[in-house]
Write a protein that binds this ligand. Structure first.
Ligand SMILES: [Zn+2]
Length: 81
């Protein structure tokens, strides 16, 4: 995941790894929802000992998941903690 700190405001900038769009961050809080993935690869992968991390904006998440042969499993949150 690409991160950059704004020297003036101190805000952390987050970017969608797919389209490069900057995600809205105000006072250190992400102001638009984004998909965040983190994967620690193991011994039987090509990336043993590596941790991969990326963000997708909502549009890219939709484009990528819409191409899935089997749709994303969706669970409704009944209660928000
Ligand atoms: Zn995007």
């Amino acid at each position: 995941m690409k991160r950059a700190v704004d020297k003036k405001s101190g805000d952390m900038h987050l970017y969608c790894n797919s389209c490069g769009k900057q995600l809205k961050v105000e006072n250190g809080i992400l102001r638009e929802d984004a998909f965040e993935a983190k994967k620690e690869w193991g011994y039987f992968s090509d990336w043993d000992t590596q941790i991969h991390h990326f963000n997708l904006c909502e549009d890219c998440y939709k484009r990528i998941t819409d191409s899935f042969q089997i749709p994303v499993e969706v669970i409704s949150k009944i209660e928000v903690m």
